[in-house]
Each structure stands twice: as C-alpha cells, then as structure tokens.
Write a protein that binds this ligand. Structure first.
Ligand code: ATP
Ligand code: MG
Length: 422
C-alpha cells in the first residue's frame, strides 16, 4: 500500500517554502501599508452561506464545493473563496458599527474547490484577498485595484494586463438581462447544457462560459456598458479617472463579467501576458458587491474586494523567468572532533541560537571531511572546527567560506564576532 497526495493538491516541500514565505511576507507588508487588517475565519462554514453569498447559479456552488455532513447532521462546506466568510464575520461581529469606516480586511489561506486538475488549477489553493466594506467611493475601487497591482509589481512581474468593466446596478442588470435573453434565445440550442440552463436563470453567466466562449454570438452579445444608468456610468468614469491619477493602465473589457453572482459596478481581472504562461492567464479577480452584506443578513452596506492565488502568482513568476530573492542562509556550521568537542559544540550552538544566529552541526557521526561537505552544501557562511587543541586554547579559527579567510577567535567572543560579521 502506498499513499499519494490527494488529486489536485500538492506538498510544498522545504526547498519551495522560502519562496512561499517571501510572497506571504510581501502580501502582509502590502496589507499593512494599505491598512487592510488581517481576518482569520474558519476553513468551513454553513453550506448555505456560500449558496447565498456566492450564488446558486455559479460554477462554484453547482460543481465545485466540498460539502459534507458533520456528525451532528449539519451541512458544512470547505470554503471555496474568502468573501462570503469575511462578510459573514463582518455582519456577525457588527463591524458596521465600528467608528472607522470603511472596514478594510485582508485574508490569506487555503480555499477548496472540486476542479478538474490542470496547470494553475488546484483543489486546494492559497488565496490572498482584501475586502473594503462600507464605502461606495470610486476612489476605494481604485485603491483596491492598486493594491492588487502592487502585489505583482512587488514580486517583479512586468507582463501584466488589467481588465476592467462595469456591471452596473440592478436597473442596468435587468435591462441587460432582457437584452441577453433576446439575443441568445433563438440559438440557445447551439450552446452547452449549462448555458441552456443559465438562459432564464442568469443569462449573464453565459458570457463567462468556458465551453462556448468562441461562439460568434458571444462577440455580438449586448454589452453591459450600453445599459449603464447615469449613476453607474458616472461611477465607472470616476474609477477610471482615479486609475489614471495612479498611473495604472487598463483595458476596458465589456465581456468581463466574473464568475460570482454578487458583483455589481466595478469588476476587474489581472492577467499575465507572459508567453508560455499557458491557457489560464487570470491571476486575480475582484469587484464591487453592493448587495452582498444585506443578502447575508447585515445592513445595506457596499463593499469591494479581490482575490488572487499564490499558485498562479508563482506560475507567472516562472513564466517571466523571475527568481525571488529568498533568504535561506546558515550563519555557521560547527564541526566537532571527539566527545568533548561535541559537548562544546552543543553549548556553542545554543549560545548562537539565543542571539538569532542560525547554526547547525552534525548529528550522524560523520567524519570531518563529510561534515565540511555538509557545511558547504548548506551554504554556511562560517565554519569552525573544534578538536582537542581548540578546547585547550578555548579559541578557534573561524573560516569565512566564500573568501577562505580565517581568524582566531576565543570561544567567549564568537557570538559577538558573528553578530558583527553576519
Ligand atoms: P477561473 O475563471 O480561472 O476559474 P475564478 O473566477 O473561479 O477563476 P475567482 O473565484 O475569482 O476565480 O478566484 C480569484 C483567483 O483565485 C483567480 O484569479 C485565480 O488566481 C485563483 N484561483 C481560482 N481558482 C483556482 C484554483 N483552482 N487553483 C489555483 N488558483 C485558483
Ligand atoms: Mg473557477
């Protein structure tokens, strides 16, 4: 019997974790700089939260959720995304009453979707996202977009394209909905069964279909932006003006409708344009959700957010050939010859580590030569070799591996020496 990691999931091995930690620390820094405070919610929620919050007609709810009954007979679902949970917590903890508005939240953690496995699509993946709840100011739409773009710029990505659209308000959506039904109805037989079901329930979803996206009727479909009300038209113009102020380039993409039901007004996606990125090029998606807080049982409060996955960010880095500058160093390796020397090593290692100096030694009784090799492989900056004469002298030659330079330092001075030279 042999075991394998479940389909669609991956082990992130010690060689890869420094890269992840680097990205995570950039994300935390940016959240701090933009003042989006981290929220941590459970990894599972009542199933109904997602049915309502993400929307019954979405792919996520219809096909992708990991739903199970617990021993108490409750239907629970592993979270497929972060917005519904963040908004649930916002309502539950009455954050709408906080003196500082809007409430700006960020999160980072695993999400679960039963997806067909392919490059850039996992069944467990890590999303970073933000939500700004309590403001309908187009400037905050621009702030959220700017934060998302900053994430990619901070890791060094260049081949990016920002797509934006306006999904309008309810009036816009109703008028557009009627137009869409009239547009697709006569030929709906040529579309996939999902689209046929969507026609009456939620025809906007047809525009987001992955099966029929090449159908000629997609290109000629009525555009949401032709149905914008005065408010939503002005709102969209202002978002674009603020993006201009920020020097953020964008493409207005009338077919951008996003996979989730709750969006209105601003919708955006960031794509990688790197050649060799593969079929799935969307790195990040977000938008405004002015009805969601109320749908989840809170007051009528507007919100906007985005989510991106670290997996796709790393794929984009690979496609652009960018190596993250990761910290993975060892300050000192201690080679010991003999039992007494080993005791001294254990003692020294402890004194180094309490001062934040990374240090390691041999634990499998290797010969000196093998220990030296190990120090080399681990990329140790300094090495010391302790034997009888070093013990007698209470001093040791400390060798800088890169230059080969050596200096004699008393044991009691080693910590200070390393703190100065590290
Ligand atoms: P797609 O159209 O690619 O299925 P989506 O609309 O389902 O994307 P969102 O729910 O908006 O995606 O999620 C936001 C971001 O999360 C995506 O832009 C992508 O970077 C990432 N993402 C979504 N699903 C996966 C997955 N299965 N594996 C890895 N990353 C994912
Ligand atoms: Mg999806």
């Amino acid at each position: 019997m042999s075991f394998k990691v479940p389909r669609g999931t991956q082990d992130i091995l010690p060689e890869q974790t420094p890269k992840w930690q680097k990205v995570e620390s950039i994300l935390r820094d940016l959240s701090r700089v933009y003042r989006y405070k981290e929220i941590r919610t459970p990894m599972f929620e009542q199933t109904e939260l997602f049915q309502r919050g993400v929307g019954d007609t979405t792919d996520i709810v219809q096909k992708e959720m990991y739903t199970f009954e617990d021993r108490g007979g409750r239907s629970l679902t592993l979270r497929p995304e972060g917005t519904a949970s963040a908004v649930r917590a916002y309502v539950e903890h009455k954050m709408f009453g906080a003196p500082d508005q809007p409430v700006k939240l960020s999160y980072i953690g695993p999400m679960f979707r039963y997806e067909r496995q392919q490059a850039g699509r996992y069944r467990q993946f890590v999303q970073f996202g933000v939500e700004a709840i309590g403001s309908a100011d187009p400037a905050i739409d621009a702030e959220v977009i700017s934060l998302a773009m900053d994430v990619y710029h901070s890791v060094g990505l260049k081949d990016l394209q920002l797509h934006i659209n306006s999904l309008g308000d309810k009036e816009t959506r109703d008028a557009h909905r009627t137009a869409l039904i009239n547009h697709f109805k006569p030929s709906i037989g040529e579309f996939c069964s999902d689209c046929q079901n969507r026609l009456e329930k939620n025809p906007l979803r047809i525009l987001d279909c992955k099966v029929d996206h090449e159908h000629p009727l997609m290109q000629t479909a009525p555009k949401l932006t032709d149905y914008l009300t005065e408010y939503s038209g002005t709102y969209f113009e202002k978002v674009k003006e603020y993006l201009d102020v920020l020097g953020i380039e964008y493409v207005v993409d009338p077919n951008l409708v996003r996979g989730l039901d709750y969006y209105n007004h601003t919708a955006f996606e960031i794509m990688s344009t790197a050649s060799g990125f593969g079929a799935i090029t969307t790195l990040c998606g977000g938008g405004r959700y002015n009805g969601l807080v109320e749908d989840i049982g809170g007051p009528d409060v507007p919100g906007i957010g985005f989510a991106l996955s670290i997996e796709r960010l790393l794929l984009a880095l690979e496609a652009e050939g960018i190596q993250l500058d990761v910290e993975d160093s060892l300050d000192i390796y201690v080679v010991a010859i003999g039992d007494e020397a080993k005791k001294k090593s254990v003692e020294l290692l402890s004194s180094f580590r309490t001062k934040g100096i990374s240090a390691d030694m041999d634990y499998i009784d290797r010969k000196m030569k093998a220990q030296m090799k190990s120090a080399d492989r681990l990329g140790a900056k300094y090495v010391i070799v302790i034997g009888d004469s070093e013990l007698e002298e209470a001093a040791v030659n400390i060798k800088e591996m890169q230059t080969g330079n050596q200096e004699k330092v008393p044991f009691v001075e080693l910590v200070n020496y390393l703190l100065e030279h590290k």
